[in-house]
Design a protein around this ligand. Structure first.
Ligand code: ATP
Ligand code: MG
Length: 246
């Protein structure tokens, strides 16, 4: 990473921008990804660049849901790969999930570059290249997933997912954990568990909760999941944005 003094008041934000820029240079992040980054940053600014209590609760619910899952899969796109590759691998280890590269603007070249990038950061198996599964109800290129990955997952983590695909994945009956800084984004709105937080804070936070819940019984985990109200979590995020406090 570049030299940004940690004392800089917007250190995290500058670091994030730099990582996305480096991701574009390395061929893992698309130019569209730069635009998504800008949108995310605006919402993060309004949230005070912090994990609000409702997002922390949602992260705990996500951890419980991942621990209960039979086949959890974490979907990785070009922004996620550039921003927090190590943290994604740590989460996958903590909840025994598969990692699958899944791109909105899919090219074999970019998938390959992301798979390699994740391997450089310590991942052993990364899915996404087989593309022998489909998400029903969306056009061909955007529908491609691995049959033994996202297609057969019961719980999916989809950070920064496109609204259409998030909706189609939900229609497949999957428990969908969406990380998105915009509570009004369709992806957040259709999620089973929306986490309105920056991916760089949310992923390590889910991992920390998963470690904390490691010895919890299935009953305890199910109680955590059942008590969650997605609409209330989105409303709390919107209130935090509008009022400047939570
Ligand atoms: P839709 O309403 O259909 O979901 P959208 O406007 O959300 O569409 P995109 O351009 O794909 O569509 O949006 C990318 C989303 O990713 C934005 O909602 C943005 O807030 C979010 N985002 C960008 N960077 C981050 C980040 N670092 N952490 C979390 N969310 C992010
Ligand atoms: Mg969206």
């Amino acid at each position: 990473d570049i030299e940004i003094p940690e004392s800089h008041p917007r250190y995290q934000s500058l670091l994030t921008r730099h990582r996305i820029e480096a991701g574009v240079e390395k061929g893992i992040t698309s130019k569209q990804g730069l635009i998504a980054q800008g949108r995310g940053e605006a919402f993060d600014y309004l949230l005070g660049e912090q994990t609000i209590p409702s997002a922390d609760e949602a992260a705990r619910v996500a951890a419980a849901s991942l621990l209960l899952a039979d086949h959890p899969v974490i979907s990785v796109n070009g922004n996620v790969a550039a921003l927090c590759p190590k943290e994604i691998i740590e989460l996958a280890d903590a909840v025994d999930a598969d990692i699958e590269v899944n791109l909105f603007n899919r090219t074999e070249e970019r998938i390959q570059a992301i798979v390699e990038h994740l391997r450089e950061h310590g991942a052993d198996e990364v899915k996404g290249l087989t593309a022998d599964g489909r998400i029903p109800g969306i056009d061909h290129e955007r529908a491609k997933v691995d049959a033994d990955g996202i297609e057969s997952a019961d719980v999916v983590v989809v950070p920064l997912e496109d609204g259409d695909r998030a909706e189609a994945l939900g229609a497949m009956g999957k428990t969908e954990i969406v990380v998105d800084l915009n509570p009004m984004s369709r992806s957040a709105q259709v999620a089973t568990i929306p986490i309105v937080d920056n991916i760089m804070r949310a992923v390590p936070n889910i991992t920390a909760h998963a470690r904390d819940l490691k010895d919890a019984s299935r009953d305890e985990l199910e109680a955590i999941v059942d008590a969650f109200d997605a609409d209330e979590a989105l409303a709390a995020a919107e209130r935090a944005i509008r009022s400047g406090d939570e």
